[in-house]
Design a protein around this ligand. Structure first.
Ligand code: TXA
Ligand code: MG
Length: 355
């Protein structure tokens, strides 16, 4: 069952049932060495899982530090690594690791589903492996129709990028994947001042194995070729890109579509033509795809990193639906929500243009 969370849609299955969990891997085409996040409804569920974890001194110390994060960020876009509980979860969930990532999702729909199932729910993002994560029910349908049983439609996801994955069992604690909770917010919590970055944004090919196994795969890629411009680099559309076919532009803080007059920012933009992506996407995400020239499509995500995160995956998927062959994306600075946005974009991009 696919269900909405505040980050992205998840594809859920009973985490205690191996054949159910196997269904997740096969529907997504996901490599079996990439472990799944286990979702819980409430702190009672956490306590019952904790009861099956090895009760060492190091464990209680780590749990004390986790309490600070849990009270501040759960329910929310934060996944924490715990020792794998003994004999509870299917081995497929943890893919051979001795840890499990747990998260209490922010939407009432997700928590109700877990509560009604009365068991922990394993759920990766509900996209086909390598595609951008789904932030609308229609994205899930596009990727997984015919392969899964149900999609619960809760509208557009608010955060838009996946949860932050934190390993607080190691010393110092490590952020394994940037996400909806920023490292700056974590660092402000008592006992978390020393948290370090444990992910790399560059392609991992040929480098040391990443500790969050999912971070080594090609990811988040639309069919279109993605050309990412680092924040502050002006847009430059190459003739080669125009020769390949239709060009898309995704703008954030500075790039402005040609129909908007810079000196009159309040003037009503006159698009040559506003085209709508089929389905309900454009009304739910409030993204407007405009045709700004022959074979050129423009979408503006908003100015803050949070707004960019919310619309990012829907913009990339929308460009594919419109038949765009090359998409130029304006990056944002790496602070706050920008770290997750740039991490996903650097993975999706074939080319990164620096200043
Ligand atoms: O926001 C989210 O986290 C969404 C929603 C549905 O909750 N889920 C999600 O799951 O993004 P997925 O499977 O697409 O990404 C999970 C990431 C992968 O990079 C995986 O390798 C890592 O978390 N991960 C899971 N369990 C782990 C573990 N025990 N140790 C290290 N990394 C782990
Ligand atoms: Mg995923």
């Amino acid at each position: 069952v696919a269900f909405p969370t505040e980050t992205v849609y998840g594809l859920g299955a009973d985490a205690t049932n191996t054949s159910a969990v196997r269904g997740i891997y096969s529907a997504k085409g996901r490599p079996s060495d990439n472990p799944l996040i286990v979702h819980i409804a409430d702190l009672d569920m956490l306590d019952s899982l904790k009861a099956s974890m090895p009760q060492t001194a190091a464990f209680s110390e780590a749990m004390q530090r986790y309490d600070t994060l849990i009270s501040k960020f759960w329910p929310g876009p934060l996944t924490l690594l715990f020792p794998r509980p003994d004999g509870v979860l299917s081995d497929l969930v943890t893919a051979g690791l001795d840890t499990v990532g747990l998260r209490m999702p922010g939407t009432a729909l997700a928590r109700s589903l877990i509560k009604l199932a009365a068991r922990p729910i394993a759920a990766p993002s509900a996209n086909s492996s390598t595609k951008p994560s789904p932030t609308l029910a229609s994205h899930v349908y596009d990727d997984l129709a015919g392969k899964i049983e149900y999609i619960l439609d809760g509208g557009a996801c608010g955060v838009g990028v996946e949860s932050t994955v934190v390993d607080g069992l190691s010393s110092p604690p490590v952020v394994l994947r940037p996400g909806g909770v920023s490292i700056e917010e974590i660092r402000e919590c008592a006992g978390w001042e020393g948290v370090v970055v444990g992910y790399k944004d560059e392609s991992q090919v040929g480098k040391e194995a990443p500790r969050a196994p999912g971070m080594k795969y090609k990811h988040y890629s639309p069919d279109a070729r993605v050309v990412l411009f680092e924040a502050g680099v002006p847009l430059d559309i190459s003739p080669e890109a125009e020769q390949r076919g239709s060009v898309g532009v995704v703008s954030t803080t500075s790039w402005r579509p040609p129909y908007q007059i810079a000196s009159h920012p309040s003037s009503v933009p006159e698009a040559e033509e506003i085209i709508h992506v089929e389905g309900s996407s454009e009304s739910e995400t409030k993204l407007v795809f405009s045709k700004v020239g022959e074979g050129r499509i423009w979408v503006q995500l908003g100015c803050t990193s949070e707004q960019v995160a919310t619309g990012l995956f829907a913009a990339l998927r929308g460009m594919d639906r419109l038949g765009v062959r090359t998409v130029f994306v304006e990056g944002v600075s790496d602070g706050g929500a920008g770290a997750a946005v740039m991490n996903r974009l650097r993975k999706a991009a074939s080319v990164v243009v620096k200043s």
